[in-house]
Write a protein that binds this ligand. Structure first.
Ligand code: DX5
Ligand code: ZN
Length: 221
């Protein structure tokens, strides 16, 4: 596979009392990005972190921060997250009637812009925005919690997203998030995913450094 594969550990499953150590461990293991899950208790039934924590993570992380906004009104917070250190910002198409404006605002702020699709949102929702995107994030679980089971239909979804992007002449990268582990990672890579998010599979076994390496090795199989 000539396409570069990038591993993005999700700190949602990390030990928040030792976040700097957890981030250092995955970076030693070869993490390409640090995936940061922002939840507002409205769009998803969970609350996590906001810009002050992103700023603190930015002080210790050596890899770019990939900030996934699972919030109802992302437009209100884009400046704050980019100013706090987000290098990539992804927003859910389900909450954005003016997605084109939002995506271009993220890019103008200097971050890479991504559109996120929930499991039930069709790939076709990207047809008229494909050319503006730096990346697409395909959710392979319903967002809100770490440690959920991968939805197998996501494999077909990845292929459909790639064909929508190709039809628009877009070279946007495809990221996948939810239930990724050593058993399914090679399959999602084959279906078109290049950025692999994993939370439980990396932080759930007590050795995030080794788990990051193991996932990359499994992706190449
Ligand atoms: C889910 C989050 C994910 C989550 C992935 O709503 O967007 O990033 O942390 O965790 P796992 O890999 O445990 O499914
Ligand atoms: Zn996420």
């Amino acid at each position: 596979m000539s396409r570069a594969i990038q591993i993005a550990p999700s700190i949602l499953s990390a030990d928040f009392a030792h976040l700097a150590d957890e981030i250092a461990a995955v970076e030693r293991g070869g993490a390409d990005f640090i995936h940061v899950d922002v939840m507002d208790g409205h769009f998803v039934p969970n609350l996590t972190i906001g810009p002050p924590v992103v700023r603190a993570i930015k002080r210790v992380a050596t890899r770019p921060l990939d900030v996934h906004l699972m919030i109802d009104n992302p437009d209100l917070y884009l400046e704050q997250f980019v100013e706090a250190g987000a290098a990539m910002v992804s927003v859910h198409v389900e909450v954005l009637p003016h997605l084109h404006r939002t995506i271009n605002h993220i890019k103008k702020l200097g971050a890479k812009a991504g559109a996120v699709l929930n499991p039930s949102t069709p790939a076709g929702a990207l047809e008229d925005i494909a050319g503006d995107l730096d990346f697409v994030l395909v959710m392979s679980v319903n967002p809100g919690f770490g440690g959920q089971t991968f939805i197998p239909h996501s494999i077909d979804k990845l292929r459909r997203v790639r064909s929508v992007l190709d039809a628009a002449g877009s070279h946007a990268t495809i990221e996948i998030d939810g239930g990724i582990d050593a058993a399914n990672i090679a399959t999602v890579v084959d279906a078109g995913a290049s950025i692999l998010v994993a939370g439980h599979a990396i932080f759930g076994n007590g050795n995030p450094e080794a788990a990051t390496r193991a996932l990359r090795a499994a992706a190449a199989r």
